[in-house]
Design a binder for this molecule. Sequence first.
Ligand code: 5GP
Length: 187
Amino acid sequence: MNKERYLFVISGPSGSGKDSVVRELQKKHKEIETTISATTRAMRGGEKDGEDYYFISREEFERRRDAGDVLEYTEYCGNYYGTLRSEIDRRLEKGVTTFLVIDVVGAQSMKRTYPGCTTIFVRPPSYEELSRRLHKRETEDEDTIQKRLARALEEMEYAVDYDYLVVNDELDDCVEEVYQIVCQRQA
Ligand code: 5GP
């Protein structure tokens, strides 16, 4: 049995709502788990260490990376984000459906390491809607929002390389669509 079929990699621009999609999916289907990434960015209000991310220093990140504990990582808007090896292997061994929410660079390297994984790209309905969502969030300053919007346009070009493309217009519909993909891949 190919263990990699339990692995789902989901990406999409900041503001595409990919985190909400995965959160809702997990609420509805308790057997699905998500990995927690390590990051060097500052914690946002409402986030918890060890729940949203493992918030670590740059030095600590580099130490773990050099020790081979980081499976893939990217530098995004001046911060490191990476997947810890320990978050993946133990779940695949047990046959747990595992979701990774990572950027396009990370998704490419995961596909190289685990060619049997499924990649899903979440797209916002439009650029205007993306900009509206990022402004509404009120967690970043205008400069950061502009950087994220610019990066979003770059990221959209990678969508064609994914196994599936879903549009997050209505959250519930998008969650159902992603769940159908999970069922299909594990049938
Ligand atoms: P945010 O700061 O909004 O939480 O995340 C910024 C970006 O980093 C998002 O596109 C998110 O998917 C990506 N990201 C989060 N964790 C990881 C990771 O472990 N690896 C990679 N490659 N990207 C990540």
